[in-house]
Design a protein around this ligand. Structure first.
Ligand code: FES
Length: 468
């Protein structure tokens, strides 16, 4: 039987087909969860991620120093293998969580880890930020998702080759060098807004400069060790990234708007969960990306009865993956038989603490006494969805609930300090001004008048804040 081959390019004919079929930027299944509990689960902290990151950085630096000091000895081999796995492999989970901005409560701490982790993986920081936004918008939608790692029909040979990163690593590096010279392809223009293109080019130049300097160092010292320390882990340590990452979506359903069919949750041991930052709860992460990694086990406990049963171990996940690759290499339409519960789910589950106005709807009176610090409620004015919230200094604010980036209600996201975070791609707005404060959002949201007795109304003129 000849396997049907689909075009997985995000600038090819499948892109248009996905849009026409309504699969692009679609409305996804969301599990039902108590809004108050969700608010607890989206709370951020700096302490827990700081502990995790210090351990991780300590491992990376300690193993690097150890490997370097063992140069010339066979003991350097296992030391470099371990160093490469930490730097070139487990950076992936740090890159991912800090890219979402959900690891640390403080934004700049996320960036402090995100940028070096991006370099360790040879992922251009801005380019891949936008790639991952798209992955979350259109997860495993063919023609839309740029992060489908194993297109169908798969093969066990290609699957095994991925662990070496001998194709993927050099491809990424070559693409970065092209960007450094200002050569940007259609995929880049499809993903990255034109306002960020300059940034992509300059980041590529920084990466390229570091790689070139490392090569010069290696040539000058006639030694391969500098390359094993810098740049090399992207390739020889990537197996640790693939080992965990392959469990996320491999072999599962394409073109569905329900993460329960396209994404896998696997129960892993505590060491794996540390190295992978709990991304084994991947269905939960995709469904609620505003929940930080360290609260995913609790989220899992809340919604497990609405999901397919998790795979009981990494071994079980690999058995399922290898079986699926075998089947799909012959018949690409073959599906894994999942026991996804037939439940309705929910959208817009935030408690609405408002009283409907008796007038024409241009004003609403909300029960502000019921809104504590860090809490928010949704109401409506003139048919527009509005979030009323109380920030850390006790002040009340009201802003449009509709995200300016895509199909999402900010009321379903998280309130962090004076910023409201979108539940879909973790973009943020300052609720005091409506200004966008975190990508991918770039357009401000409308702000509304609110007084101490709960009267919310439109401001007399357009109140959209300027971009920062
Ligand atoms: Fe993308 Fe809101 S929909 S950040």
């Amino acid at each position: 039987m000849t396997a049907a081959v689909r075009d997985y390019s995000i600038v090819g004919p499948e892109r248009d087909q996905a849009v026409e079929a309504g699969r692009a930027d679609g409305e996804w299944f969301q599990a039902d969860i108590d809004p108050a509990r969700m608010r607890e689960l989206t709370q951020r902290t700096n302490l827990r991620p700081a502990i995790d990151m210090v351990i991780w950085l300590g491992l990376a630096i300690g193993l690097g120093v150890l490997a370097w000091s063992l140069r010339g000895s066979w003991w350097a081999v296992p030391a470099f293998v371990a160093y490469g796995a930490i730097v070139g492999g487990t950076s992936d989970a740090r890159w991912h969580e800090c890219g979402h901005g959900t690891a640390f409560r403080t934004s700049w701490l996320n960036d402090l880890i995100y940028y070096p982790a991006s370099f360790f993986l040879a992922r251009e920081a801005t380019y891949w930020r936008w790639s991952h936004f798209r992955h979350h918008t259109d997860t495993i939608i063919v023609g839309r998702d740029p992060e489908i790692v194993f297109p169908r029909p798969p093969s066990l040979g290609a699957f095994a080759l991925t662990y070496t990163n001998l194709v993927g690593g050099p491809t990424l590096m070559a693409g970065t060098i092209r960007h450094a010279f200002g050569r940007l392809d259609d995929v880049t223009h499809e993903l990255v807004p034109s306002s960020e293109i300059r940034r992509v080019v300059w980041e590529a130049r920084v990466y390229t400069t570091i790689w070139m300097a490392t090569i010069v160092w290696a040539v000058a010292t006639t030694s391969l060790y500098p390359l094993l320390l810098i740049g090399g882990p992207t390739i020889y340590g990537a197996w640790a990234m693939v080992f965990f990452g392959a469990t996320q979506h491999t072999g599962l359903r394409e073109d569905t708007l329900d993460h329960r069919w396209s994404t896998r949750t696997v129960l892993m041991n505590p060491i794996f969960r540390f190295l992978y930052l709990n991304m084994n709860y991947h269905v939960e992460h995709h469904m609620f990306p505003a929940v930080p990694y360290h609260r995913l086990p609790q989220l899992h406990a809340e919604i497990a009865d609405q999901l397919a049963p998790p795979l009981p171990s990494t071994w079980a996940a690999y058995r399922q993956i290898v079986g699926a690759i075998r089947e799909q290499s012959v018949d690409p339409s073959w599906e894994i038989d999942l026991a996804v519960p037939d439940v309705e789910g929910a959208r817009g589950a935030v408690v609405q603490g408002f009283e409907w106005p008796s007038g024409d709807g241009a004003e609403v009176i909300v029960d502000v006494a019921s809104i504590g610090v860090g809490e928010m409620r949704r109401t409506q004015i003139d048919g527009a969805s509005v979030v009323v919230c109380r920030i850390d200094d006790g002040s009340l604010h009201a802003v449009a609930s509709r995200c300016t980036h895509g199909d999402a209600e900010l009321a379903d996201g998280a309130l962090i300090g004076c910023e409201i975070e979108c539940p879909k791609h973790n973009g943020r707005f300052d609720v005091r001004t409506g200004a966008p404060t975190r990508r991918p959002v770039s357009e401000p949201i409308e702000t509304f008048e609110i007084d101490g007795s709960g009267h919310v109304s439109r401001k007399p003129s357009s109140q959209k804040a300027a971009k920062p």
